[in-house]
Design a protein around this ligand. Structure first.
Ligand SMILES: [Cu+2]
Length: 100
């Protein structure tokens, strides 16, 4: 039991270092990372780390509300395929999501 707590502290750090993180930052008018692979029905968490509003949409799939600094959007992907997530406020923002 003595060694259980340190293990719990290390695991989240190891997970966040991987490229297949489920958290996407909206920062500097960009999605970071810019490409991610997930499983069908899995959700991505988008965090607005800029000082102004963002939103997310995929044509024909979803179109979120606008979210302010520090706000979060959880979005699941119910279909397999490759999708381009964009922000209608900042047309240059693009995130490629591969859903397997
Ligand atoms: Cu934006």
């Amino acid at each position: 039991m003595k060694y259980f707590l340190p293990l719990l502290l290390v695991l989240p750090l190891a997970a966040s270092a991987q490229d297949n993180s489920r958290t996407i930052s909206q920062k500097g008018r960009a999605f970071r990372p810019g490409e991610v692979t997930i499983s069908r029905n899995e959700a991505l968490t988008f965090t607005n780390e800029d000082g102004f509003i963002h939103q997310i949409y995929v044509n024909g799939l979803f179109d979120s509300e606008e979210k302010g600094p520090g706000e979060v959007i959880n979005q699941s992907f119910p279909r397999t395929g490759t999708f381009q997530v964009r922000c209608h406020i900042h047309p240059t923002m693009r995130l490629i999501v591969h859903v397997k």
